[in-house]
Design a protein around this ligand. Structure first.
Ligand code: PGA
Length: 248
């Protein structure tokens, strides 16, 4: 995956397909040339979003998918169904999925393999709890998450995906990791990738920071050497605020 600046919006369980279409249409009018933007609307708004983004520099993806091709899984959505709606990427292992649906690193690993087989670009989310950081356990926790989630992947597969570092204590709390803390952690992630998959992979991997990204902290985050982009929740829902992030 290229390391050119990338802004990803995670809309969670917000916006109908009409709202998504209007938002994306308005965004295409104001986005600066050369900016790379990914938007993950709810499943129900993916088709309308793909239509609104057609021909622009905005790519549409999903917030989750099932780990099986198909089957008797009431209420679930498969990778093939996402491709059918022209989704190009999928967020996997978001902390809300891990905490509220009990998703494990092993399950996320299965999903990553399946997404890659289906040519959907995975955005793997990892992150530690406040308690883990306070006890200085965060490095071990992050390395373990990476180890299990990336198991069985080749170096070139790992280099092709996106990894988002989202400290759980910074998600939706207004408490952002300082740019320095985020940079320091991204460097740890890149060093792990070098150790496990080689220098070329660690140099190519696109690393995002997520957790209370706002128009007023985007520039300092993006100025860090190892931060290639951001994953934005709350501040991506409001058009003006998201435009200010995208065109930082
Ligand atoms: P936030 O969410 O920007 O609202 O903190 C980030 C995320 O959940 O990806």
């Amino acid at each position: 995956m290229s390391r050119a600046p990338l802004i990803v919006a995670n809309w969670k369980m917000y916006k109908t397909s009409k709202e998504a279409h209007e938002f994306i249409h308005a965004l295409t009018q104001e986005i600066h040339p050369g900016r790379r933007v990914f938007i993950a609307p709810p499943f129900t708004a993916i088709a309308a979003s793909s239509l609104a983004a057609a021909g622009s520099q905005i790519s549409i993806g999903a917030q989750n998918m099932h780990d099986q091709w198909e089957g008797a899984f009431t209420g679930e959505v498969s990778a093939l169904m996402l491709k059918d709606l022209e989704a190009t990427f999928v967020i996997l292992g978001h902390s809300e999925r891990r905490q509220q649906w009990g998703e494990t690193d092993a399950l996320i690993n299965k999903k990553i393999h399946l997404a890659l087989k289906q040519q959907l670009l995975p955005i793997l989310c990892i992150g530690e709890l406040l308690k883990e950081r306070k006890e200085n356990n965060h490095i071990q926790i992050l390395k373990h998450q990476l180890q299990v989630c990336l198991e069985g992947l080749t170096a070139s597969q790992v280099a092709s995906l996106i990894i988002a570092y989202e400290p759980i204590w910074a998600i939706g709390t207004g408490q952002t990791a300082t740019a320095e803390v985020a940079q320091e952690t991204h460097l740890i992630i890149r060093s792990f990738l070098e150790e496990a998959f080689g220098l070329d992979c660690s140099r190519k991997a696109c690393l995002l920071y997520g957790g209370s990204v706002k128009p007023d902290n985007i520039a300092s985050l993006m100025a860090q050497t190892d931060i290639d982009g951001v994953l934005v929740g709350g501040a991506s829902l409001d058009l003006r605020s998201f435009i200010n992030i995208v065109n930082f």
